[in-house]
Design a protein around this ligand. Structure first.
Ligand code: TXA
Ligand code: MG
Length: 327
């Protein structure tokens, strides 16, 4: 899907005026503001409903812009950029002095990413600067994966929503911290530690679980309990008890929604059962849309079948655990 030059010009004008423009990326939709305009960033935090000390990702058009935002860039960052940019990878690096506190949350690091979407690439090139953008949802809610989701979530609080069609990946980027001697994954995503390690010659991506304390120490909104949540409570359930739990709730007269990997095992009235793909890339692609849909059906609980525990499901498990408030 593409947008007209006129619309891109309008978006760029809005951004220069300090207004907010939502844009598509391959992961989720972003709520963009001029990363070098403090007032625009204040508006961004206000609309997002996000605490001021939480940092945002700066979206740039290419690796050439890295040195404008970051210092002490290790060679690994260039290796990763070469392999994965544009793409669903965010790198945390030491910041240049001019980078605003509203972007970094007052930390001495900055998160940078080159998104892989033709509409946003065209926008970034026309705009010239960096676009600070969290996911285009209210703080703590599900990330939007279509332009319609953004409109439903933010309405006229955003000046313009660029429609680039549904997002390919469907969950947020992998975030890696490159400021230490060991590369740390701060947020798992579709690119796994194994994917990153394949391209790296010096640093090695540590295991996410082993870095839990670091994740908590650095302020990452995604690490707060019940982030990425629908309104209805989410409960993670083992495959072998899913049928029993859903039937019990239905018998008790509750309306139940189930996100499963297996075919419907409860056929009672009031049970809304979605069988998601057993391919993790497709599961991730559909995840937020499925949760949004189930959120409309269920008034009691959304039961989610616990996915497999291997690396290709790690980012999905992470988002599900957060949705259920387990983490
Ligand atoms: O796929 C994505 O990453 C999407 C699209 C729009 O690019 N963006 C996104 O942004 O998920 P947001 O704000 O919802 O999540 C950004 C994450 C937060 O958890 C934030 O704490 C972390 O990036 N972050 C930003 N700057 C950081 C920094 N300097 N150090 C550590 N974490 C940082
Ligand atoms: Mg977010």
């Amino acid at each position: 899907m593409s947008v007209s030059e006129e619309l891109l010009d309008k978006a760029v004008n809005y951004l220069h005026q300090g207004k907010l423009v939502a844009f598509p990326t391959e992961t989720v939709y972003g709520l963009g503001a001029d990363a070098s305009n403090a007032q625009a960033l204040e508006l961004l935090y206000q609309v997002k409903g996000r605490p001021l000390e939480h940092p945002v990702i700066v979206h740039i058009s290419g690796v050439k812009q890295l040195t404008h935002w970051a210092v002490d860039i290790p060679s690994d960052a260039y290796e990763l950029a070469k392999a994965f940019w544009p793409g669903p990878l965010t790198m945390v690096l030491h910041r240049q002095k001019h980078v605003l506190d509203q972007v970094t949350g007052g930390q001495d690091t900055v998160a940078l990413r080159v998104p892989n979407h033709p509409v946003t690439m065209a926008l970034l090139k026309k705009f010239g600067g960096g676009l600070a953008a969290p996911s285009a949802n209210k703080f703590g809610r599900l990330s939007p994966t279509t332009a319609q989701d953004v409109v439903a979530e933010l309405g006229n609080e955003v000046s313009l929503v660029l429609d680039g069609g549904p997002c390919d990946v469907g969950i947020e980027s992998t975030i890696v911290d490159l400021t230490g001697t060991q590369l740390k994954i701060l947020r798992p995503g579709i690119l796994t530690a194994s994917d990153l390690n394949l391209t790296l010659s010096s640093m090695k991506a540590g295991n996410i679980a082993g870095n839990e304390t670091d994740v908590k120490r650095i302020r990452v909104p995604g690490s707060l309990a019940r982030h990425y949540s629908p309104v209805t409570p989410v409960k993670l359930v083992a495959p072998d008890v899913l049928q029993k739990e859903s039937e019990q709730l239905c018998v008790a007269g509750k309306s139940v929604a189930v996100l499963a990997l297996n075919a419907p095992a409860c056929h009672r009235k009031g049970c809304h059962w979605i069988t998601a793909s057993s391919n993790p890339a497709i599961y991730a692609h559909d995840l937020y849309a499925n949760l949004r849909l189930l959120d409309q059906y269920a008034n009691e609980v959304i039961l989610v079948e616990i996915p497999p525990k291997n690396e290709s499901w790690q980012a999905i498990l992470n988002r599900l655990q957060r949705a259920s408030g387990l983490e």
